[in-house]
Design a protein. Structure first.
Length: 245
């Protein structure tokens, strides 16, 4: 489904965030990218949808190449890729409903987005997704009136509006308390299993990686140092992986 070949990213200050990273993702996988801050996790996900431009390498979604795609082609490819952010990325002053509807803007005519017009099908889907993630009763409230866990649920509903093939979740629980983190991971697991959506989820906690990942990729200083089932991510590997980070 997703293929990454020799992906590299060097920022203008000389920081090598990614160093010739290569791996493939099968449809329906739940992959956890494990690593501490600065390991390259966020850069990796943002290169996949080209929020960050890679310095080298190639990325394919199916038969379509994301790297080098024109703006019009990239827009079509991004419709297939939902994004969930660490800090939710909601517009605080807007309602829950309006924030959710922005996930559908890529499929609508530009004038509809400008005037805030959404067809009934979009409205019905938004309500359905908000109810599914547990905030259906919050549709008319402002986003900044919600708890962190509730805001992340709105972010997930927004991503579902795209009917994505792939969801990229960048540290979706790092700002949450343990109970809220668990509920968000359970929700992502449900979407993966029931909808068949492929998920790549950045985490920094090995316990969560073991519990939810079908497969774990561990990044250290921009390189993959482990790629395998979570059961093989034993304490020796973890100790070595986190050493000096």
């Amino acid at each position: 489904m997703l293929r990454i070949e020799n992906l590299s990213k060097t920022y203008e200050d000389g920081t090598e965030a990614l160093r010739r990273v290569s791996f493939a993702v099968e449809p329906g996988e739940f992959i956890v990218v494990l690593g501490k801050s600065g390991s390259g996790k966020s850069t990796l996900l943002r290169c996949v949808n080209r929020l960050v431009e890679p310095s080298g390498g190639r990325i394919f979604l199916g038969d379509d190449e994301i790297t080098g795609a024109s703006s019009s082609v990239l827009r079509k490819l991004r419709r297939k890729i939902g994004m969930i952010f660490q800090q939710y990325n909601l517009v605080d002053r807007l309602t829950v409903w309006t924030n959710t509807m922005t996930g559908d803007l890529g499929t609508l005519s530009s004038w509809m987005g400008l005037v805030g017009y959404f067809p009934k099908d979009s409205i019905d889907r938004a309500q359905s997704h908000l109810e599914r993630v547990g905030v259906g009763d919050k549709v008319n409230g402002r986003a900044d009136a919600l708890s962190g866990g509730q805001q992340q649920r709105v972010g997930i509903a927004r991503a579902l509006m795209q009917d994505p093939q792939l969801i990229l979740a960048d540290e979706p629980v790092s700002s949450l308390d343990p109970a809220s983190a668990k509920s968000i991971m359970e929700l992502l697991k449900q979407i993966n299993e029931e909808n068949g959506v492929t998920i790549i989820c950045n985490l920094h906690l090995p316990d969560l990686a073991r519990e939810y990942g079908h497969r774990v990729l561990a990044l250290k200083q921009g390189e993959i140092v482990f790629d395998g089932p979570p059961g093989n991510l034993d304490e020796i590997i973890i100790d070595s992986f986190y050493e000096n980070l």
